[in-house]
Design a protein. Structure first.
Length: 233
């Protein structure tokens, strides 16, 4: 079973420190949410784990293998998937082309893999010939998640997947991620301000404040008072 471990992680944006000694771990099939206000380091943590943001100190290991200095695409090949906050994709390509580009980069991929992710996001099916740049925010997010799932990750990182999305689409996204988690044993590391959803989806949580972990534990063991404090973040 694959395990992602972050130990004593420090990272900076240029000369501006962003993370200070962050520790966390998640196993394939497990789930953890990263909570905190805007600007506390949630995105920096995700980017550092994926190699988008260089690490100053500390280590990131995957199945005991040190990947701290490994480029992002190698981390993807080893089993990490990432859905950044920006909902990246190829705006000039159609939905179908965006999916096919990802599929063709994975050895052993099958056309049925596309059908599987489209079953999770049926709203995308009538939009396959539409350029991704003309999708709504919720549709772009569903496409971003579908693209990430096509890489067949063992552990998936999601950075604020519900930001700016209407509630009905948020519910569909949550349902799809949970379905993949339950069916394929996908590990989930979720950075999210929508605390109610994050706590529903995750077995464990950490709270960041000014780039440091100030609280961590099992979501099932949260008292009503503690849950109230988290909901007020």
């Amino acid at each position: 079973m694959m395990e992602l471990t972050v130990t004593g992680l420090h990272a900076s944006h240029g000369r501006t420190p962003a993370l200070f000694g962050v520790d966390l771990s998640i196993t394939e099939g497990g789930s953890c949410c990263v909570l905190g206000r805007n600007g506390v380091g949630k995105t920096s943590l995700m980017n550092a784990i994926m190699g988008v943001l260089p690490t100053r100190e500390g280590t990131v290991t995957l199945d005991g293998r040190d990947i701290t200095r490994m480029p992002p695409w190698e981390r993807v090949r080893l089993g990490l998937g990432y859905i950044p906050q920006e909902r990246t994709g190829f705006a000039h390509l159609t939905v179908a082309e965006n999916l096919r580009v990802v599929l063709e980069t994975r050895p052993g991929a099958k056309r049925s893999d596309v059908d599987d992710v489209l079953d999770l996001f049926p709203r995308l099916k009538p939009l396959l010939k539409r350029a991704a740049g003309f999708l709504s925010g919720g549709q772009r997010q569903q496409l971003a998640i579908a693209r990430a799932l096509l890489t067949k990750p063992k552990i998936l990182l999601l950075d604020e997947p519900t930001e700016g999305i209407q509630p009905s689409i948020v519910a569909e996204i949550e349902e799809a991620i949970v379905a993949f988690h339950d069916r394929d044993g996908l590990g989930i590391l979720l950075a999210e301000q929508y605390v109610e959803m994050a706590l529903r989806m995750a077995e464990r949580y950490i709270v960041l404040e000014a780039g440091q972990v100030v609280s961590a534990g099992a979501t099932a063991e949260l008292s009503a008072e503690d849950a109230g404090k988290l909901l007020a973040i």
